[in-house]
Design a protein. Structure first.
Length: 640
């Protein structure tokens, strides 16, 4: 390592107090030097102080130090000094110079020319300003990585604001703007040229561009997708800015640069909610969300409080997850974002006594049941607990809803319930079957006296959808971490495909689907086209400015490794068991009519399944699930 870098590293390791003391001593020395130069220039001879001149030499640092402290010159960090810090330095020295001149004019000390009160501050300003600038150049520019060479896509106000925010920063070196507006192409913004999109490949190669920042916060999702596609073959990392609301209040910094949105990565247009459906079962109601601390449950809570319920019951068996969502929603309430009363309830949905106490105390009218064990390999390895939570936790919630007069009950289900190959999917399908059977039953399903005819008082419905991006276990955060670590990116199988939807979009559709329920409804969310996971991985590598290392490109940056399907995992997911789903009032919500067993015919098998789950007898659990769920084929017997 060069000696300069060794010295610099040593200085940067000093404690903060030592660095401040060094700068104070440096300023004191420069103040004395400036005084000597002022006397020397005024008297036109090398100066040797005598008499009252010694007092003037001492007066300089005594006046300068408190002024510099007051102006914050010793709070600044040299590495991040910029034009603002130099302006502050100029103000502080000007204030000091005015005070020094006033004292010299009033005192009229013998042998002390009054012009020293003008010359010394000028010399002092030059020396202090030069020291700050040289310190910034040395500290910011010596060790570490070379600055990344940046193009900003978008020469509008957001792009110009971003460029201004980069002034004085060493992480990025702005090479130019790119814009679709023909009137801007070839012109410059603060001396930085604007290029046409068609010139990007040549510009990237000629200028050695490493990063492209999308500064087009007001553009449509379709236009952003077109821009990203045009950049995908270039060896650059693509970043983006926050939305317009985030830009409005402050200056853009490097910290504001973000990885591409999930919607940009999957190339799918989000579905706009219908306001008339969102609040139908929520406004003024007591609403319960189970699994409130989970990915879907927490987003349901965020959406629900915006619709004006009287009270929201947050139910979760994880203390930390419950604390996190309650703290977040309480902070929003304190800021005036909503007026909903929040009740955090630490409980397991499979605990009949605890849930009965909660229902008696709060009488929820609408229930969104999102509590479930959902990680396929984890449930496969813990079959008994998975069944107790997913099947009998749901059955317990259904019983509570009926006994305590809940009007609406929505089960959050999964595409893995369709022709399942794993215990998690099969258990969720049993939960669906329970709701369908009870909703269609002509007799009370539990211990209530039989009435003829009996109509189910609770509108039960199920909402089935695929993978939600950003949830625990989602592939995109995993791929980002693996790419940042230099790879490899792990994919289970080259042909595995999945449906994708964002968490907010899924939660909105769950609320809207529940509002359309008539009883026993099974709703499917239109997830668009399925995506091959390996293509998603390749896309993320490319948009990070890197290349995939494979047999055709042995010199690539990131390898993709295939690890094999996990226990119970399918190559392809489906949303519908039967055919011909029916449309609803929402264009992206479909209604399915699927065959299900009668409630009377399920009860004995369910009781046997409960006993097997309590004994954690995986073999019996699988056998009973096959009786309950047509199409269930455990992965250890058949791989669909």
């Amino acid at each position: 390592m060069p000696a300069q870098h060794t010295l610099l590293s040593h200085i940067l390791e000093w404690p903060r107090s030592a660095k401040r003391l060094f700068v104070v001593a440096l300023d004191a020395g420069m103040g004395l030097l400036a005084m000597w130069l002022a006397f020397t220039l005024r008297l036109e001879t090398l100066h040797r102080p005598e008499g009252l001149q010694w007092l003037v030499y001492a007066l300089g640092p005594l006046l300068a130090f408190p002024i510099f402290v007051n102006q914050g010159l010793y709070r600044a960090i040299f590495r991040y000094t910029g034009i603002r810090a130099l302006i502050t330095t100029g103000k502080a020295v000007t204030l000091y110079g005015g005070l020094l001149l006033a004292i010299l004019l009033l005192a009229q000390w013998e042998g002390v020319p009054r012009s020293v009160g003008v010359l010394q501050p000028l010399m002092f300003l030059l020396l202090v300003g030069a020291s700050r600038a040289l310190g910034w150049l040395w500290l910011a520019g010596s060790p570490g990585k070379a600055p990344q060479r940046l193009l900003i896509y978008g020469a509008g106000s957001a792009g110009a604001q971003t460029a201004a925010g980069l002034v004085g920063m060493r992480q990025y070196e702005l090479q130019g703007f790119v814009d679709d507006d023909a009137t801007k192409i070839g012109r410059s913004i603060n001396g930085v040229r604007v290029y046409a999109p068609q010139a990007l490949p040549a510009v990237v190669q000629r200028l050695g561009v490493t990063d492209v920042l999308l500064a087009v916060p007001s553009s449509t999702r379709q236009r952003r997708r077109q821009i990203i596609e045009s950049l995908s073959d270039l060896p650059v990392r693509i970043r983006t800015l926050p939305g317009l609301s985030d830009l409005a209040s402050g200056r853009v910094t490097v910290a504001d640069f973000q990885d591409l949105d999930i919607e940009d990565l999957i190339g799918r247009e989000p579905v706009a909610p219908q306001a008339s459906l969102l609040g139908r079962n929520l406004a003024g109601q007591v609403v319960m969300v189970t699994g409130a601390g989970g990915s879907i449950g927490s987003e349901l809570c965020r959406q629900i409080v915006q619709e004006g319920p009287a009270r929201l019951l947050l139910v979760d068996h994880s203390e930390y997850a419950l604390y996190a969502i309650h703290h977040e929603l309480q902070a929003l309430r304190d800021q005036g974002a909503h007026a909903c009363a929040l009740v955090p309830l630490l409980a397991s949905v499979a605990d009949p006594r605890r849930m009965a106490d909660i229902f008696r105390a709060h009488r929820p009218g609408s229930i969104y049941h999102a509590a479930a064990y959902k990680h396929v390999p984890m449930v496969e390895a813990n079959a008994g607990e998975g069944v107790l939570n997913n099947v009998f936790g749901t059955l317990n919630m259904v019983r509570m809803a009926l006994e305590h007069g809940a009007r609406h009950f929505v089960l959050v289900s999964t595409d893995k319930a369709v022709r399942p190959t794993n215990i998690m999917g099969a258990s969720k399908r049993v939960a669906e079957l329970v709701l369908q059977a009870i909703a269609a039953s002509s007799q009370p399903p539990f211990d209530a006296p039989a009435t003829t005819p009996w109509t189910c008082p609770t509108r039960f419905s199920m909402v089935r959808f695929g993978n939600v991006l950003g949830s625990s276990g989602s592939v995109i955060p995993l791929f980002r971490r693996q790419i940042a670590a230099g790879g490899p990116v792990t994919v289970t199988h080259p042909e595995v495909t999945r449906y994708f939807m964002t968490i907010p979009e899924a939660a909105q559709l769950v609320l809207q689907a529940g509002a359309m329920a008539e009883g026993g409804d099974l709703f499917l969310l239109d997830m668009g086209e399925p995506i091959r996971i390996v293509q998603l991985a390749r896309r993320m590598v490319a948009l990070s400015g890197l290349t995939v290392r494979d047999a055709q490109h042995p010199g690539g940056d990131i390898a993709i490794e295939f690890t094999g399907l996990r226990p119970g995992e399918k190559l392809y997911e489906e949303l519908l068991i039967g055919d011909h789903p029916l449309p609803t009032a929402h264009p992206c919500i479909l209604r399915a009519r699927e065959e299900h067993a009668a409630w009377n015919g399920m009860q004995s098998t369910l009781e046997a399944l409960r006993n097997a789950a309590l004994a954690d007898d995986t073999t019996t659990i699988k056998a009973l699930l096959r009786q309950l769920v047509p199409g269930y084929q455990p992965a250890d017997s058949v791989h669909p």
